[in-house]
Design a protein around this ligand. Structure first.
Ligand code: ADP
Ligand code: MG
Length: 639
């Protein structure tokens, strides 16, 4: 690109997702519009921290201007508010890239949820408020209070300055900025406020907001109350995490959590500790009170920031394992060398030691909370249990620690959470395994026919509704010496456990007619099932499907099948309740009514599939059979 070309003003449309987000911001009913100021200040602070980091290798970038600073300037006469920093700044391309696209993870999930809320009319306002609050909209939130935004920026080390501007209605323009008026280094964001946002030009309002929302941002913030006035410092930029715990209030922590974690809720748990000895470092971690939007993003990235001697290094150091990716906060090490490259950092034994001890600390705190404050812990588990359980198959070393505070809904728990310790404490005589049923919905699981024989014996069964459950249960884990066993797998081996309900009595020797009927069913169904056999686990229902003892259980088979990864050789076993009146009646038909029995065999298999929340094998054949069988009944009834 030639210099001449580079100097022209260029207008570009926003990326589609930005346009959607802006449309939302401009028309937002979000009640806490003041968060725009926190977002702009957070960006300014990030820019100062990034400069400090780059200047470790290239001190010339700092020049004379070595102290990071953020200035909020007010201009009531022109209805403007500006946030300026002397941080890293943006080049022309960086301006267009950073402020024309969205890098924020979870954006897609956020936009989908908003669209769904809008479709479900009535709830829109409430939903939108909650969702915007939880998403954290970043730079674009400026358009909640401004009809036009200008960003004037000069990248550290560069001569040229650039201006980005937009009214938030579909496009933005980038042009050269007047080098005299542009910041010497860094970025100035100027908001032309809408009429109803005029109060953001009053010193009192803005100062109060900055202190409340951004009081612990690690860069000092000053205010210029009108054009030409002196800058007055309103926050000192001291690192909150370095202060003694006793001097920090809950409100201080919340404020810091929100600015460091990009969250808008209250933290559910705050973990602040200083480790000394072989390693000297400070950790300030927060478990969010609600699920962040990027929780189930495929990259499963964590967001813990790494500082070395209060200088921000990276938020990509994977301090905590992926199954703790919901934790927000930072680690500040006194021992890591400052000028270490990011690549070297990953291999550093010092960092490995910090990872290990920080992870142990988080798990220890969770366990303590689970013991001491079960209600508070229950809320955390509700939000993040599905993620924590990933650790059960990923983190071999810490499985036992995780199992200690893992909580479950079971056939005996009602709406409360059960621990494995409680489960094992309530084992029945001769019960040797921890039984579970995996699927995708706790209520539907609770209604599954597979549970009948277990209910008849008062045997508790874990109900596992998360996709991750089907995997960790296969990892060969045990608790207190008891293995985990699926109730949809293998023979039910319930005979040794005493009944509390006579309906579950074992079938004993099958009547010959039943044996013949089961063989007839297998013959009719052919390869659709591996086997048809009498069931020990059914008391009320006629049929259910089970998996063989080896390989995946039914829930995992379904997950693998939908991912196209199931070995087609594995077929389910159809279990039939030999005492069910329908089965008894069909068996009693003997050699008669062959076609009716054939239809019945297929319909029973379809019933078992439906009970699992699956689809019938062949919907057309299913409806024809149903019509035929009903027709026969009606015909008989007319006789
Ligand atoms: P996020 O901060 O989560 O990345 P934002 O929407 O707040 O998302 O900002 C988008 C991007 O714009 C930032 O990642 C950064 O690259 C750039 N940016 C915004 N404000 C500044 C600033 N004051 N200085 C330098 N870069 C900035
Ligand atoms: Mg930001």
């Amino acid at each position: 690109m030639t210099v001449a070309e580079d100097n022209r003003t260029e207008s570009r449309p926003f990326e589609a997702d930005v346009a959607k987000l802006l449309q939302l911001m401009v028309h937002s009913v979000y009640s806490e519009k003041a968060v725009f100021l926190r977002e702009l200040i957070a960006n300014a602070a990030d820019a100062c921290e990034r400069l400090r980091y780059e200047a470790i290798g290239e001190p010339a970038l700092l020049g004379e201007d070595t102290k990071p600073r953020i200035t909020v300037s007010l201009d009531a006469g022109n209805c403007q508010l500006a946030v300026e920093d002397n941080g890293i700044g943006m080049s022309r391309d960086e301006l267009a890239e950073a402020l024309g696209t969205i890098a924020r993870s979870g954006t897609k999930a956020f936009l989908d949820r908003i669209a769904a809320a809008q479709a479900a009319q009535g709830a829109q306002e409430v939903e939108e408020n909650v969702l915007i609050g939880r998403f954290g909209v970043g730079f674009y939130s400026a358009f909640m209070v401004a009809e036009r935004v200008e960003v004037i920026s000069r990248r550290a080390g560069a001569e040229a300055a650039w201006q980005w501007s937009s009214d938030g209605k579909g496009s933005f323009a980038v042009s050269p900025a007047d080098p005299v008026k542009a910041p010497r280094r860094g970025t100035r964001v100027v908001l032309h406020l809408t009429d109803d946002a005029k109060s953001y030009t009053e010193r009192f309002t803005v100062e109060r907001l900055v202190k409340a929302q951004s009081g612990h941002v690690p860069v000092p913030i000053a205010i210029v109350e009108k054009p030409g006035a002196e800058a007055a410092e309103i926050t000192d930029g001291a690192a909150l995490w370095a202060k003694p715990k006793a001097t920090i209030s809950a409100a201080d922590y919340t404020d810091f959590y929100r600015s460091v974690g990009g969250q808008f809720d209250e933290p559910a748990l705050t973990i602040h500790f200083h480790a000394e000895g072989r390693q000297d470092y400070t950790t300030l971690f927060f478990v969010p009170g609600t699920r962040p939007f990027d929780l189930f993003d495929p990259d499963r990235k964590g967001r813990i920031k790494l500082y070395v001697k209060r200088i921000f290094i990276t938020d990509d150091a994977e301090i905590l394992p992926r199954y703790l990716r919901f934790v927000r906060g930072l680690v500040d090490s006194a021992d890591l060398p400052l000028n270490i490259s990011r690549e070297k950092l990953q291999e550093s034994p010092l960092l490995a030691a910090i990872r290990k001890s920080a992870t142990g600390r988080v798990l220890g705190e969770l366990e303590r909370l689970a013991d001491k404050e079960p209600e508070k812990f229950g809320k955390i588990w509700e939000n993040f249990g599905a993620v924590l359980k990933e650790g059960l198959y990923e983190d071999f070393e810490r499985r036992d620690a995780l199992l200690k505070f893992a909580r479950f809904r079971t056939t005996a728990s009602g709406d409360a959470w059960r621990s494995l310790k409680e489960y094992v404490g309530a084992l029945k005589a001769n019960q040797t395994a921890i039984y579970y049923l995996a699927g995708d919905d706790t209520d539907r699981l609770a209604a599954s026919p597979h549970l009948e024989g277990f209910r008849a014996r008062g045997v508790e069964v874990l109900l596992l509704p998360d996709p991750v459950d089907s995997f960790w249960v296969m990892a060969g884990l045990s608790f207190d010496g008891k293995p985990f066993k699926s109730v949809t797998q293998g023979a039910a081996d319930l005979a040794a456990i005493a009944l509390v309900d006579a309906k579950g009595a074992p079938a004993g020797e099958l009547p010959p007619a039943t044996k013949i009927f089961l063989a007839f069913m297998k013959n009719t169904l052919g390869d659709a099932v591996a086997e048809v056999r009498a069931s020990e686990r059914l008391t009320d229902s006629a049929v259910c499907l089970v998996a063989s003892d080896k390989g995946p259980d039914r829930a995992l088979e379904r997950i693998l099948a939908s991912a196209g990864r199931l070995n087609t050789a594995s077929k389910p076993i159809l279990e039939v309740n030999p005492r069910h009146p329908l089965v008894v009646a069909l068996a009693d038909l003997g050699e008669n009514a062959r076609s009716l029995k054939e239809d019945a065999a297929h319909l029973l298999l379809d019933e078992a599939l439906l009970l699992e929340g699956d689809r019938v094998a062949d919907p057309r054949a299913f409806s024809e059979r149903l019509a035929r069988v009903l027709g026969k009944c009606l015909h008989k009834g007319a006789d």
